[in-house]
Design a protein around this ligand. Structure first.
Ligand SMILES: O=c1ccn([C@@H]2O[C@H](COP(=O)(O)O)[C@@H](O)[C@H]2O)c(=O)[nH]1
Ligand SMILES: O=P(O)(O)OP(=O)(O)O
Ligand SMILES: [Mg+2]
Length: 210
């Protein structure tokens, strides 16, 4: 699991405990997912490349730094990934946003794509794919495949989730070895396609559906 990292920041871990609780209501769940996503974006963007610049201050010239890498595109996987979008955009407000809609078949857990709208220059961007849950890995793999078909290179893609299952991390790493994968937690296992202990169905908990 070399390209997989768990973000152990105490604030992320504390907030994750709040949304794992089955009694956390829709409003608080949505708010805290947003807060965790902002913190995850902060941690993940730690690796963004910088260049040296000079800037005139009111007192002189400062040797300083500015972002040097590719421009960013954020791709939430609908629906659940939408809950993470505002938190990531808070930190990277100039990012373009693409959308991929996926749902899992209730019996087979196989993903089905129902929507795809990406920035035309997606292949030239650093891409953050966001989805709170990495379970079997099918949804993430199909999403990365779609991005590759649009010209993206997996080494320029970061998959950011909140809870991951070992099965999903392994499947995603096998399918896309160059991909970087980030999570707030690596849980125990899957049961009937759901992460245990996990937090349930993230989309349903975000939007109050069942
Ligand atoms: O515990 C879970 C497991 C899955 N989800 C939703 O499913 C997909 C990911 O499932 P894969 O099996 O990895 O394809 C994810 O988009 C979630 O929306 C969930 O909410 N909770
Ligand atoms: O992956 P699913 O089927 O749970 O979809 P959604 O994110 O719309 O809940
Ligand atoms: Mg769902």
């Amino acid at each position: 699991m070399s390209n997989f990292r768990v973000m152990n920041h105490p604030l992320i871990q504390h907030k994750l405990t709040i949304i794992r609780n089955k009694d956390c209501g829709t409003k608080e769940f949505r708010e805290v997912v947003n807060e965790i996503s902002r913190l995850l974006a902060f941690e993940v963007s730690h690796e963004m490349p910088l260049k040296n610049v000079q800037v005139k201050t009111p007192m002189g010239i400062a040797k300083s730094k500015a972002l040097a890498g590719k421009k960013v595109a954020i791709v939430p996987i609908l629906r659940a990934g939408l809950g993470m979008l505002d938190g990531v955009l808070d930190l990277i407000p100039a990012a373009k946003v693409g959308f991929i809609g996926m749902y899992r078949d209730e019996k087979t857990f196989k993903p089905h794509e129902y929507f795809c709208k990406l920035p035309s220059d997606i292949a030239d961007r650093q891409i953050f794919v966001i989805d709170p849950m990495l379970a079997t890995g099918g949804t993430a793999i199909m999403t990365i495949n779609a991005l590759v078909q649009h010209g993206a290179n997996p080494s320029n893609i970061k998959f950011v989730c909140i809870v991951a299952a070992p099965e999903g991390v392994k499947a995603l790493e096998n399918a896309h070895p160059k991909l970087n994968i980030y999570a707030a937690a690596l849980d125990d296992h899957l049961e009937n396609g759901y992460i245990v202990p996990g937090l349930g169905d993230a989309g349903d908990r975000l939007y109050g559906t069942k």
